[in-house]
Design a protein around this ligand. Structure first.
Ligand code: MLT
Length: 396
């Protein structure tokens, strides 16, 4: 027996586990401190009422012989796929039902999709980056290249003649920086992928936060994208499903390589390795896209947007540079006084009892930056922003 040697090439623990251990240690040493967590991007508002009603109804169905459901279709029930199809249609993107696959969340699919690609492909990821893209590929033993995202390119790296890769990960609006590509910028990526026979794995988990004109919510807004891009999305951020677990992945029929259809391969993979998302959860997810569901969800999104504005205002007052927060629940700030990311993490935890995520945890280009999430409780976010402002003022 031999173990997968690539696991030893990983960082010792997943970024958010490291943070949570550090915070737990601090809290144990200072039990009286009221720590406010703006670290991991986990939601705090409960599920919308229409979702709860749908979940209850589905639970009752499971308790009746006539309406009970056993194994469902691995790729998701048609009622949910149709609701997702219409959600795209309402934004001017036409999809076919067979292109939509329901999953238990974006994180799993972003890793599972790699089953479809040869290990010798070169992967290109932005730096800083959601650590899952990197770790999934390290585990598989794939070569990873990085493209710098920094203040000079507004944290939105673009392809040029020298860009060379087989698989590219793009996340927009971006985690961690909050930067969002315009449709015109994505069109350049699609053009590049078509010319290089590359594939784009597009993470759209934060699309619901896009509010600025011109910013894309789906890569399929770009003509020709269906031949080169897989889009992964989630109910976590739009509807608070981080604990309920549901997402979806679009694998267009038009992606063909070496005479093989990627859609067929993914279907084959899913029917073999996955038994689908629970019926109950899919009914809850379906309710997100009802008129009532969308209304309540917009209200929740505004709540988080307001949190982002509160954090941004505190940084404005403190004179600290930041980006994000407009099309994204993440505010990406420059650490003050030239501090390194983890030093600022420790300093902020000790000085203000506020937790964020060190930018360097997302890659070397994140060094000197820090991420704050707007998914917290509103009153606590106001308190955290106030503490942050006061703490920053002591550095002047
Ligand atoms: C984050 O904080 O980056 C997210 O919560 C991670 C995730 O969605 O898995």
């Amino acid at each position: 027996m031999r173990l997968n040697k690539h696991y030893s090439e990983l960082n010792e623990s997943y970024l958010f586990s490291t943070i949570s251990h550090k915070v737990a240690d601090y809290q144990a040493a200072h039990p009286d401190k009221d720590i406010i967590r703006l670290g991991i991007g986990d939601v705090t508002l409960p599920l919308a009422k229409p979702v709860i009603e749908a979940l209850h109804k589905a639970v009752d169905e499971m308790g009746n012989k006539e309406t009970f459901r056993g194994y469902g279709p691995e790729q998701g029930y048609d009622f949910l796929r149709e609701a997702i199809r219409k959600y795209y249609e309402s934004r001017g993107v036409g999809l076919e039902l067979g292109e939509i696959f329901v999953s238990d969340g974006a994180k799993s699919d972003l890793g599972n999709l790699l089953d479809l690609f040869d290990v010798n492909n070169t992967v290109l990821v932005p730096d800083p980056v959601y650590p899952v893209y990197v770790d999934d590929n390290v585990m598989a033993g794939r070569t990873i290249r990085y493209m710098a995202a920094n203040a000079e390119n507004n944290f939105l790296p673009m392809p040029d003649d020298a860009t060379d890769a087989d698989i590219v990960y793009l996340c927009s609006p971006n985690n961690p920086t909050g930067a969002a590509y315009t449709t015109a910028q994505l069109a350049q990526w699609v053009k590049w992928a078509r010319e290089h026979h590359a594939i784009i794995l597009y993470d759209a988990a934060y699309e619901c936060f896009v509010s600025e004109e011109g910013c894309a919510r789906s890569i399929y807004e770009v003509e020709g994208a269906k031949e080169v891009a897989v889009e992964v999305c989630s109910f976590s951020k739009i509807a608070g499903f981080t604990g309920t677990r549901c997402g979806y992945t679009v694998v267009p029929f038009a992606i063909e390589q070496e005479g093989q259809s990627l859609n067929k391969m993914w279907l084959r993979r899913q029917t073999t390795k996955f038994n689908g998302v629970p019926y109950i959860v899919q009914r809850g997810a379906e309710a997100v896209f009802t008129e009532e569901g969308m209304k309540e969800i917009q209200h929740n999104l505004d709540y988080y947007r307001n949190n982002a504005a509160v954090i941004a205002a505190a940084l404005d007052e403190a004179g600290v540079w930041y980006c994000g927060g407009k099309n994204s629940p993440y505010v990406w700030m420059r650490c003050p006084a030239g501090m390194k990311s983890w030093d600022f993490f420790d300093w902020l935890l000790e000085t203000a009892n506020v937790v964020g995520t060190p930018g360097s945890g997302f890659g070397p280009c994140g060094e000197g930056y820090f991420r704050l999430t707007a998914f917290g409780d509103a009153a606590k976010t106001v308190e955290a922003a106030d503490r942050l402002k006061k703490a920053l003022a002591t550095l002047k």
